[in-house]
Design a protein around this ligand. Structure first.
Ligand code: GUN
Length: 280
């Protein structure tokens, strides 16, 4: 039997409705949430993401400011911009769109954001709080993936969870969130020997590497929940890291690409921004 589709578009609407309601409540008290997005350079994919974030803000009742800096921006200029936004009381969230051009130090830029305004959860203080099991802002993509996973209603405690990909943006925080739910977590990456031996044991499989079609049906345990975080452009089409047509016949639940983790990431950014404004 084909897997049940986890409809990220529909779930993103739920999350955005919640964010919209809470943004309106803040606006009534004269504290409309504000998000600043910094984009450096002209990466076409990043430009699309940033435009979508601006539209989502408008739809949610969040004031948004996009700062588009030229590709040759100096580190000091970028950090001055961050410092200005840190000091602006109308801005509750600051997001530096990644990747940055190669001459810029992303770690230094992320660390320059005030942790209270870090709506990505990438600041070392917030990443450290997640590692230590403390309450903190959660990175948007893993937060969205957990929301979709929990929508299945399956008990997570004791389950085998396998995350493929060890990025700071998705893989590592995703592994920590699954651990927090008492899953037994395996974190696989490009040097993993015999990837399929790991993925076949997974009750929950998260693919976040950016390699189209990496996860094939023979690598998936029958009935597993498969969360596809990949966004790859192949011959003009957007596809995930999972061979969707094959895996949907084996998995119990699967997220589509597009229409899965993508819309959920933006919805969680809206919620993270509203929550930052609520705490401010
Ligand atoms: N680039 C790809 N994903 C993300 C994300 O979640 N946040 C930021 N800031 N940049 C990204």
């Amino acid at each position: 039997m084909a897997a049940t589709l986890l409809d990220g578009k529909a779930m993103a609407q739920e999350v955005r409705a919640l964010a919209r309601e809470r943004a309106a409540a803040l606006a009534e008290k004269g504290r409309q949430p504000g998000l600043a997005v910094i984009l450096v350079g002209n990466d076409p994919a990043s430009e699309i993401y940033v435009r979508n974030k601006g539209r989502a803000c408008e739809d949610t009742g969040i004031r948004s400011e996009t700062i588009h800096l030229p590709a040759d921006t100096a580190q000091e200029t970028l950090e001055e911009e961050i410092a200005r936004l840190n000091a602006d009381p109308a801005i509750h969230g600051i997001l530096v769109q990644l990747p940055l051009p190669a001459h810029l130090d992303a770690d230094r830029a992320l660390a320059a954001i005030r942790p209270e305004k870090d709506v990505d959860g990438f600041h070392p203080v917030n990443a450290g709080r997640l590692l230590a099991g403390q309450d903190t802002v959660l990175p948007c993509t893993p937060r969205g993936a957990m929301y979709m996973l929990k929508s299945t209603g399956l008990p997570l405690s004791g389950k085998e969870a396998v995350v493929v990909g060890r990025s700071n943006i998705v893989g590592k925080p995703m592994a920590l969130l699954l651990l927090r739910e008492n899953c037994t977590v395996t974190l696989c990456h490009s040097r993993t020997a015999d990837l399929a031996a790991h993925t076949r044991r997974a009750d929950i499989l998260v693919a976040a590497v950016g390699r189209p079609g990496l996860i094939t049906a023979d690598m998936v345990k029958p009935g597993a929940v498969v969360i596809d975080v990949g966004i790859n452009r192949v011959e003009g089409k957007v596809v995930g890291d999972v061979d969707f047509a094959g895996v949907r016949e084996t998995a119990g639940w699967i997220t589509p690409v597009p229409g899965g983790c993508g819309p959920m990431t933006i919805a969680m950014l809206m919620l993270n921004t509203v929550e930052a404004a609520e705490r401010a």
